[in-house]
Write a protein that binds this ligand. Structure first.
Ligand SMILES: CC(C)(COP(=O)(O)OP(=O)(O)OC[C@H]1O[C@@H](n2cnc3c(N)ncnc32)[C@H](O)[C@@H]1OP(=O)(O)O)[C@@H](O)C(=O)NCCC(=O)NCCS
Length: 187
């Protein structure tokens, strides 16, 4: 299956990274990537549970439809044929017509590849792509767990502004921690 290539980036350690849209051929690799992150129990919603190939295939089929409709963009970062990062923006359809101008941002980079500039390059690429491919998008929002200082620093650098906190909104490593909400105005 052909994938849409977006760009190539070079990490701070000189590794070449391909940034491209996912295809159905990526389902197995994406499942492995998510399950590894989930086992790591890091700052994402998965905290150890493992997803099946079938559920990931359903998710990707639906995601590809939403990309086609202009309701999502999603990018994989690939090094030597291996997924090392995933990021996306999804239109907030839960508020129906009243929230269609809002996109929700998410990102992760595999533990062995963090701190090399991939997160920043990928974020910029995905946000630029969302501006081009998601008609009517005006604002991008995200949630970050308070102890996740690296992500918070990255988002501030990208121009995201904090607008609220849900005290103890997240159960993380056995403790209730604050969930911080941020936004980026596109227009
Ligand atoms: C957050 C995450 C996506 C950042 O990706 P990354 O590739 O490690 O980030 P980058 O190397 O591009 O660094 C971007 C910025 O983040 C901050 N940062 C990165 N590593 C850092 C570190 N070890 N300490 C402090 N800040 C750090 C810096 O501001 C950095 O910019 P700089 O290099 O100009 O100083 C990645 O750490 C990750 O996937 N973490 C686990 C999952 C997660 O937290 N997802 C986000 C949920 S909200």
């Amino acid at each position: 299956m052909n994938s849409i290539f977006l760009k190539k980036i070079v990490t701070k350690k000189g590794k070449e990274v391909v940034v491209r849209y996912p295809t159905l051929d990526d389902v197995m690799e994406m499942t492995g990537y998510i399950n590894t992150l989930s086992r790591e129990d890091t700052f994402i919603t998965f905290s150890g549970e493992q997803i099946t190939l079938d559920s990931e295939r359903e998710y990707v089929i639906d995601l590809l439809k939403r990309i086609e409709k202009g309701d999502a963009v999603n990018m994989l970062c690939i090094v030597d044929g291996k997924i090392v990062g995933i990021a996306g923006v999804e239109r907030k359809i839960s508020s129906r017509n009243r929230g269609m101008h809002i996109g929700i941002f998410g990102i992760s980079v595999g533990s062995e590849f963090r701190g090399e500039g991939i997160g920043q390059e990928l974020s910029v690429a995905v946000i630029d792509e969302a501006k081009k491919k998601m008609p009517g998008l005006r604002t991008i929002t995200l949630s970050v767990y308070k102890p996740n200082e690296i992500a918070y620093a990255l988002y501030r650098k990208l121009g995201f502004i904090e607008y609220g906190t849900l005290p103890q909104g997240i159960l993380f490593h056995g403790e209730y921690v604050d969930e911080v909400e941020m936004y980026l105005k596109l227009m």
